[in-house]
Design a protein around this ligand. Structure first.
Ligand code: ARG
Length: 462
C-alpha cells in the first residue's frame, strides 16, 4: 500500500520528518471519519447525477467508502501521519481499494470545503446530543421542583439572608437558564446547518455541480451563498463555543451552590455517595468532586472560546492552515460539555434536601423583615417609613439575639402602634413565601404552576 502524498506532483524533495508530524492533523481529525465519508458519498452521488462520474464509478466509490467505514469501526484501519489528515487517509485508502475510480472522487471539491462540511455535520449531530442532555437535566429539575415546591430555605443576595424562598422555585431558576441555553443551541444550529461543499478551494468549481442536490442528500438547510466565506469562516464554531461557555457558566454557578450547600456549615443538601469522593488522610471527608470538577472545567471551555476567536482574527480570506487549529478546542468543548451535562443530569435526582437545616437557616437572619415592612404598608404607612421602622426592630433583635417573630407584640408595637396581633402570620416562613403569589413568584402554588407550564411547553416543542 502506498502512502504517497496526494499533492506531491510539484515537489522534488520529501517533507521534513518533523514538519510532516507538525502539520498533520490526522491524530485528532480522524474522529470526523463518519462525516467525511458521509460527505464523500453525497458528493459522489451528485457527481454521478450530473454525469461528471459514471454510475458504476459512483457505485464502486460508495461501496469502497462503506467498507472503509467498517474497517475504521472495527479497528482495522491504519491511520498514517504521512497522509496528513482524515480526508487524505480515507481518499488514499479508497484508491488503494478500488483503483482509478477512487482518484475521481475529489473532482470538483477541495479539502477546504470538505473539512468545513465535515465540521458542520459533526457539530450538527453533537448539538442535538447536547440539547437532549440539557433536556434530561431540565426534566430532573422539574421533578425536583415539584417534589420540593413547599420546602423553604433562605434566599440570598450578597450571600446574606434576604427572603425565604422555596427550593422548588430555586430549581426552576436553573431550569429557566437551561431553557435559554437549549434554545440558543437550536438557534446556533440554524447557522451550522448550511453546506459549504461546492466552494471547492475558495472560488467554486468549473464542473456543472448541483449544490442543492448535495445539500439535500446531507440534510443541510441550503448550500452556502459565497465560496470564499464558506471555506474560511469558523464563526459557526465560535458561536457554538460561546453557547457552550454560557452553559458551563451556568453549570459552574449551580455547582458552586451545591458545594456550599453540602458543606457542614450549610448542610442544606446531601449529595449521594456515588457523586463524591473521600480523602486519603481525613476519614470524615466526603468531597463534592463532581460539582467542583465542573466548576473547574468551565475555565477550559471559556479558554477554547478565546482560542477560536483569536484563531480567526488575523486571517485574510480565504482558507488558511490556521483553521486546522479549530478542531482540538472544538472537540474538547463538545466532550467536556457533554460529560458535564451528563453527570449533572444523573446527579440531580440523587440530591437529598435537608429540610430541617434549610428551615433553621431560614429562621436566622431576619428573612421576613420585608414581610413586616409590607405589612406596615398595608396598614397605611409609606414604604420608606415602614423600612425605617423594621430596621429599628431588626436592630433590637440583633441586640437581643432573637428573630423578629420572637419579639412580643408589645415590643413590636413600641416601633409602630399600627402593628396588631395578625402581624405574626406574615412573619412566618410559610406566610412569607405563600404571599409571593404571582407569575414568577416563590409561592408553592406558583412553583407548581410554573412546573406545569414548563412541562406543557416541553411537550409542545420537543
Ligand atoms: N487538515 C486540514 C484542516 O483541518 C484540512 C484542510 C487542508 N487544506 C489545505 N489546503 N491544506 O483544516
Amino acid at each position: 500500500m502506498s502512502n504517497k502524498k496526494l499533492w506531491s506532483g510539484r515537489f522534488n524533495q520529501p517533507t521534513d520528518a518533523f514538519v510532516e508530524a507538525f502539520t498533520a492533523s490526522v491524530e485528532f481529525d480522524q474522529r470526523l471519519y463518519q462525516y467525511d465519508i458521509q460527505g464523500s458519498i453525497a458528493h459522489a452521488k451528485m457527481l454521478a447525477q450530473q454525469a461528471i462520474l459514471t454510475q458504476p464509478e459512483c457505485d464502486v466509490i460508495i461501496l469502497g467508502l462503506e467498507q472503509i467505514q467498517q474497517r475504521i469501526e472495527q479497528g482495522g484501519f491504519e491511520w498514517s501521519v504521512e497522509l496528513e489528515d482524515v480526508h487524505m487517509n480515507i481518499e488514499s485508502a479508497l484508491t488503494n481499494a478500488i483503483g482509478d475510480a477512487g482518484k475521481k472522487l475529489h473532482t470538483g471539491r477541495s479539502r477546504n470545503d470538505q473539512v468545513a462540511t465535515d465540521i458542520r455535520l459533526y457539530l450538527r449531530d453533537e448539538i442535538e446530543v447536547i440539547r437532549s442532555e440539557i433536556l434530561r437535566l431540565q426534566l430532573a429539575l422539574l421533578d425536583m421542583a415539584e417534589s420540593e415546591a413547599e420546602t423553604i430555605l433562605p434566599g440570598f443576595t450578597h450571600l446574606q439572608t434576604a427572603q425565604p424562598i422555596t427550593f422548588g422555585h430555586h430549581m426552576m431558576a436553573w431550569f429557566e437558564m437551561l431553557q435559554r441555553d437549549r434554545e440558543r443551541l437550536a438557534d446556533c444550529n440554524k447557522r451550522v446547518n448550511i453546506m459549504p461543499l461546492g466552494a471547492a478551494a475558495l472560488a467554486g468549481t468549473t464542473y456543472p455541480i448541483d449544490r442543492n442536490y448535495t445539500a439535500q442528500l446531507l440534510g443541510f438547510e441550503r448550500p452556502s451563498e459565497n465560496s470564499l466565506d464558506s471555506v474560511s469562516d469558523r464563526d459557526f464554531a465560535i458561536e457554538f463555543s460561546a453557547a457552550a461557555a454560557l452553559i458551563m457558566m451556568h453549570l459552574s454557578r449551580f455547582s458552586e451552590e451545591l458545594i456550599i450547600w453540602s458543606s457542614a456549615q450549610f448542610g442544606f443538601v446531601e449529595l449521594s455517595d456515588s457523586f463524591c469522593t473521600g480523602s486519603s488522610i481525613m476519614p470524615q471527608k466526603k468531597n463534592p468532586d463532581v460539582p467542583e470538577l465542573i466548576r473547574g472545567k468551565s475555565g477550559r471551555i471559556f479558554g477554547h472560546l478565546m482560542s477560536l476567536l483569536t484563531l480567526m482574527k488575523g486571517q485574510p480570506l480565504a482558507y488558511n492552515k490556521d483553521n486546522q487549529e479549530d478542531k482540538e478546542p472544538l472537540f474538547d468543548t463538545v466532550d467536556n460539555l457533554k460529560g458535564s451535562l451528563k453527570v449533572f443530569a444523573d446527579m440531580i435526582p440523587a440530591i437529598s434536601c435537608q429540610h430541617d437545616a434549610m428551615r433553621k437557616a431560614a429562621m436566622q437572619g431576619f428573612a421576613t423583615a420585608t414581610d413586616l415592612a409590607d405589612y406596615l404598608v398595608r396598614q397605611g404607612l409609606p414604604f420608606r417609613d415602614a423600612h425605617e421602622v423594621v430596621g429599628k426592630a431588626v436592630a433590637r433583635c440583633v441586640e437581643k439575639r432573637c428573630d423578629l417573630a420572637d419579639l412580643e407584640l408589645v415590643e413590636l408595637q413600641a416601633f409602630s402602634n399600627i402593628i396588631n396581633a395578625d402581624v405574626f402570620e406574615c412573619l412566618t416562613l410559610e406566610g412569607s413565601v405563600a404571599a409571593r403569589d404571582h407569575i414568577g413568584g416563590t409561592a408553592p402554588r406558583q412553583v407548581l404552576a410554573a412546573v406545569a407550564r414548563a412541562r406543557a411547553n416541553l411537550n409542545g416543542s420537543v
